[in-house]
Each structure stands twice: as structure tokens, then as C-alpha cells.
Design a protein around this ligand. Structure first.
Ligand code: AMP
Ligand code: MG
Length: 329
């Protein structure tokens, strides 16, 4: 795999690969994405092959600006323009009724399409030069932890893709918030850095926002998951839950029982999101037999973190009981 920098010469190599129908991993503000020309069925097919992603899982299309919405959506509701004006470029994805021209590889055979304008300068530059949309799911094998550095991409997709552009660590660190605007009422399909509260503030006439999650990959029970068995535990547990195991602990405060490794986690949700996947990659490779993650605060600002931890661990998000936790698949 070519390890490209963000200099103009390297970006033109990436651009030529994309024009030739090759997927290229790019840094986004969220996580590294495996980008490919969203108008080229062969390029889209290559994304699914490289990731081992099931064909019915739709892809987010990244566009240079909101002006391109009508190229992809058959109709653009007022709410979409409002949210676009408030949060684009940025980590918010809008699901809209798809134009007839959108490939079924992008929509996963559904009648909707997911669209986003990324803020990161690398995809911004590439989109402007390419003049087309870029489909870009996270640049990792399906179901595993998303990459937030070029090294994560290399470790997991070596031999499967032509190149990665190294733009340093991703500033947000978790996947975009997804809002479905294709139905009667806006619905949050996946929580992210743009919180429900922020969205509601910009949709005064929408009559509230629902927070149910229908069938999307990010909504699978186990996703973004380390291979090491991983459990959520209550913060401030006073007793070693699995004393005979080599435990790796991810928590905001050290435990008063012995652990093989401790990863101190940030106290603010934005900082926690930024480092979460890098810590999970590291912890997964650390040789610990089991990873324990202390529940962060049960507050709305932590919703996206709770969502990702729930999927990484398969433990019930709100339950304190490690006794009811099950092992990840
Ligand atoms: P990722 O693989 O992390 O890029 O995730 C892409 C997310 O966008 C997944 O949760 C997809 O299911 C979701 N998505 C993409 N297109 C659609 C769509 N048309 N309707 C609903 N969700 C979508
Ligand atoms: Mg993903």
C-alpha cells in the first residue's frame, strides 16, 4: 500500500487512482474513510471487496458542498438545507430520498441516499478536483474498529487497497451523526459529535427528533469491536471483576485493584471520542486477555460514546452488571 502525504504531488497520485476506479483511504475529520468514485460501479464494488462489507449495507456519499444535494436527492426538504447551513462542512450525514441515478451499490437497494460534506481539507481538495461524489465507509475490515490514523489503515487493509493519504490523527475520532430526513419526522440513526440537542435547535418546526435506529451497519449489535473480549463495567468498581485474567482497563480513574494495563480516558466527551478508537486498537494489540471499559457519565453529551462502547463490548449500555455481559462474537 502506498503511504501518501498531503502534498500536492501525492494528492494528484490519489486523485488519479480515484479516477481510475481504485479506492483510496483518506483522512476525514471523523475517521479514515475508504473513498471511491460514487458514480463508478466498479470502484464501489472494490470498496465492498476490500472491506468484506455485505452488499446490502449502504454507503455515505461525500460531496463538496450542499449545492450538490439535488444531484443525489430527488427532493431536498427545508430541514436538510437548514441542517446543511448549520453543520456543513462537518460530521453530520443526512439521509434523503435518492435520485433515480444513484447506484444501488450506494443505496444498498433502498430508496434513500446518505450525504455529507466533509470538513477535512484532504477530502475537500479531492472532491473539488474530482468534481464527483465520493462514497467512503470507514477504512477498516467490516465490523472492526474504525481507523483514526494512517497506521491503523495500513495494519488492517495492507494488500487490499492501493494507497492511504496520511493526514495525521482524525480530529473528531468517531463516525458522523446520521439524521434521516426521508420520513415524516427527523430521526437520528447514529449518534455522533453533532448531538441531538444541537440538531433540534436548528429544526424548530420539525416537532421533535426521534432516536430510533433502524437497519444500518453502525446499528448492528456488535460493530467497531476489538477482537479481545471486551466488557463495560460500572465506573468506580471496588473489586477486581475477573482477578485471574490479564486485564486491560480503560477508565477515567485508575482502579484500586491490579490490572495488567491501564489507559487513562479523557474527562470530556470530545476528547474521549478523539482518542477512543486509537486506544481500542492499542488495547486490542496489547496482549491483554480481557478489556474492561468503565462507563463514562450517563449524560446526553456522552450519547455517541455510549453508542460506540455498547457496540464494542456487547454489554448492555445502562446496566451496571458485569454478570449479564456476554462475550463479543
Ligand atoms: P460507515 O460504514 O461507518 O461509513 O457507515 C455508513 C453509515 O451510513 C452506515 O450506518 C450506513 O448504513 C448509513 N447509511 C448509508 N446510506 C444510508 C441510507 N440510504 N439510509 C440509511 N442509512 C444509511
Ligand atoms: Mg464503519
Amino acid at each position: 500500500m502506498l503511504h501518501l502525504t498531503t502534498c500536492a504531488e501525492d494528492l494528484s497520485i490519489a486523485l488519479n487512482l480515484l479516477l481510475a476506479g481504485e479506492p483510496v483511504a483518506l483522512p476525514f475529520e471523523t475517521v479514515y474513510g475508504l473513498a471511491a468514485d460514487a458514480t463508478n460501479p466498479e470502484a464501489l464494488g472494490a470498496i465492498f471487496r476490500a472491506k468484506g462489507r455485505p452488499a446490502d449495507h449502504p454507503l455515505i456519499v461525500h460531496i463538496a458542498s450542499a449545492e450538490h444535494l439535488p444531484d443525489w436527492a430527488v427532493s431536498v426538504p427545508e430541514a436538510a438545507w437548514q441542517l446543511a447551513a448549520a453543520f456543513w462542512p462537518g460530521p453530520l450525514t443526512l439521509v434523503l430520498p435518492a435520485a433515480r441515478t444513484v447506484s444501488p451499490l450506494v443505496t444498498g437497494g433502498q430508496t434513500t441516499v446518505a450525504l455529507r460534506v466533509p470538513a477535512h481539507p484532504v477530502p475537500q481538495a479531492v472532491l473539488r478536483q474530482l468534481g464527483r461524489g465520493l462514497a467512503a465507509p470507514s477504512a477498516n475490515p467490516f465490523g472492526q474498529i474504525s481507523p483514526t490514523t494512517a497506521v491503523h489503515v495500513q495494519r488492517h487493509l495492507a494488500g487490499k487497497i492501493a494507497a492511504v493519504v496520511d493526514g495525521g490523527p482524525c480530529p473528531v475520532g468517531i463516525e458522523s451523526t446520521i439524521v434521516d430526513l426521508s420520513g415524516q419526522q427527523p430521526r437520528i440513526l447514529r449518534p455522533g459529535a453533532i448531538t441531538t440537542e444541537m440538531i433540534v435547535r436548528h429544526l424548530p418546526l420539525a416537532g421533535g427528533v426521534a432516536e430510533t435506529a433502524p437497519r444500518v451497519p453502525g446499528a448492528l449489535d456488535v460493530h467497531y469491536a476489538p477482537r479481545t473480549p471486551c466488557y463495560l463495567i460500572p465506573a468506580g468498581l471496588h473489586q477486581a471483576p475477573f482477578p485471574e485474567q490479564r486485564i486491560g482497563l480503560l477508565a477515567q480513574h485508575p482502579a484500586d485493584w491490579p490490572v495488567a494495563k491501564f489507559w487513562p480516558m479523557p474527562s470530556q466527551p470530545e476528547d474521549y471520542a478523539r482518542v477512543l478508537y486509537a486506544v481500542l486498537h492499542d488495547a486490542d494489540a496489547s496482549g491483554c486477555e480481557m478489556l474492561l471499559i468503565a462507563q463514562p457519565p450517563d449524560e446526553p453529551a456522552w450519547a455517541a460514546i455510549h453508542d460506540r462502547l455498547r457496540r464494542a463490548t456487547r454489554s448492555p449500555s445502562t446496566s451496571a452488571g458485569i454478570g449479564v455481559a456476554t462475550e463479543p462474537a
